[in-house]
Design a protein around this ligand. Structure first.
Ligand code: ADP
Ligand code: ASP
Ligand code: MG
Length: 412
């Protein structure tokens, strides 16, 4: 039988009524003749609550126990979804990650999927089960401990299942009706895209557009999964939502295709470190060992053998970063005069494949920001994106100004 993967995010399973609504969509696909693998997230807000409990209990928590706690939200919705389907006379069964077993690396809280053996679920399909409901976001490490795939990880569970089971399509049901030129909650004029190229979606996701987890886009690209984002609150048709596809399949091509943001960033500056070979390794090695996700890095001009080193990281990792740097200083591995943390910054980025062949995007971006009086603190660029760090209070304004400046409300 043909198979579909349908993933429902937190707001789509936020209460029993919404679970029933989602189950109704699953039943429709079963009636059309599909076997379905449903991937569910935790009820909206649940994972944040669980993370909060972990942080209150143990600020420098053991990531294995973090995973044990935060993975639990998905267990509840998986069971409830299976029960709801059974009540609708759809033969359904739930699986937690370890029962599949969805095998991952041991990188707790950011684990990668290594293998999804099909035997257990296939055996149930062979017995007449029509829907396998799988708890998203979680797996099991080689050591036999529960792991999680990073925030937003149910998207990745969904795509990985679609690849492993050769699904006809992977439908990601969420609380917006597709991928937009920017977050429609920040910019009213954001425009829904019928199609977006894998590479652009990958950049947008990695630069903060949380509609899809970055890793899910990577997997879809690698395994050629037909990936669609659509609303769980609408009657969907064959063509609704946004299809993530190859660049060649897209007619419309704006130079810039989207604007993304990360609200809670921090800018850290090590004042007066020795400017010598090996200094970057001595700084960023311990940060990485401490689990700090360093993003932008800028080394300032050196004077008399000393320099300032600036980097950005998520604001909730500032304490870890500070501790790692103080420890390295005490061990004599690095020496610095001071460590200054600016915890009120945000990152705003513009993305577009068209930038490869089109000059002037950076200057247009900087002009748009300056005409709103927004000061840029750090800049980074790559082939198809430009990112800036700015004061957090200007983040919405910056997103809107850039959306306007690049005419994203209009199709090319
Ligand atoms: P789910 O719980 O269904 O996984 P998420 O909250 O993770 O949903 O992702 C959906 C949200 O992503 C939307 O509500 C929207 O605010 C946000 N978002 C950010 N950027 C975009 C974008 N470019 N297009 C669509 N949604 C976006
Ligand atoms: N519940 C997890 C989170 O909120 C995973 C997901 O929803 O994708 O991050
Ligand atoms: Mg999500």
């Amino acid at each position: 039988m043909p198979l579909l993967v349908m993933k429902f995010g937190g707001t789509s399973v936020a209460d029993l009524d919404r679970i029933r609504n989602a189950a109704g969509k699953v039943r429709r696909e079963v009636e059309r003749g599909y076997d379905v693998i449903v991937i569910v997230s935790a009820m909206s807000g649940k994972t944040n609550e669980l993370v909060g409990w972990v942080e209150q209990t143990s600020p420098m928590f053991d990531a294995r126990e973090y995973d044990a706690v935060v993975s639990s939200g998905e267990n509840v919705t998986a069971g409830l979804m299976a029960l709801t389907l059974q009540e609708m006379d759809v033969p359904a069964r739930s699986w937690q990650g370890w029962q599949v077993p969805l095998k991952t690396t041991s990188a707790h809280s950011a684990a990668r999927i290594e293998e999804i053996p099909r035997a257990n679920i296939d055996a149930k399909f062979a017995e007449g089960m029509r829907v396998a409901v799988v708890a998203g976001f979680q797996g099991i490490s080689p050591e036999g401990r529960i792991t999680t795939l990073g925030r937003g990880g149910s998207d990745t569970t969904a795509v990985a299942f679609a690849a492993a089971f050769g699904a006809e399509r992977c439908d990601i049901y969420t609380d917006v009706d597709g991928v937009y030129t920017t977050d429609p909650r920040i910019e009213d004029k954001a425009r829904k895209l019928d199609k977006i190229a894998f590479e652009e979606m990958l950049e947008l996701a990695s630069l903060g557009a949380k509609v899809l987890q970055t890793r899910s886009v990577e997997l879809a690209m690698r395994y050629k999964v037909r990936l669609r984002v659509l609303s769980s609150f609408e009657e969907n048709t064959e063509n609704s939502g946004t299809l993530v596809c190859d660049e060649e399949d897209i007619m419309e091509k704006n130079v810039v295709s989207g604007v993304a943001y990360v609200r809670d960033e921090a800018k850290m500056t090590l004042i007066s470190v020795a400017d010598r070979p090996g200094i970057a390794a001595a700084i960023f090695g311990p940060l990485s060992d401490a689990g700090v996700n360093v993003d932008m890095i800028v080394q300032n001009i050196s004077e008399e053998g000393r320099t300032d080193m600036t980097f950005s990281c998520p604001v909730n990792q500032v304490a870890r970063a500070e501790k790692a740097m103080q420890d390295a200083k005490e061990k004599g591995e690095i020496n610095f005069h001071d460590l200054v943390a600016d915890t009120d910054v945000a990152k705003v980025s513009v993305v577009g494949i068209g930038m490869r062949s089109h000059a002037g995007v950076a200057s247009q971006m900087f002009k748009a920001l300056s005409s709103e009086g927004i000061n840029i603190k750090v800049i980074t660029t790559s082939e198809i994106k430009i990112s800036v760090l700015i004061d957090r209070k200007y983040m919405e304004l910056a997103v809107q100004a850039l959306h306007d400046a690049f005419g994203l409300d209009k199709a090319a």
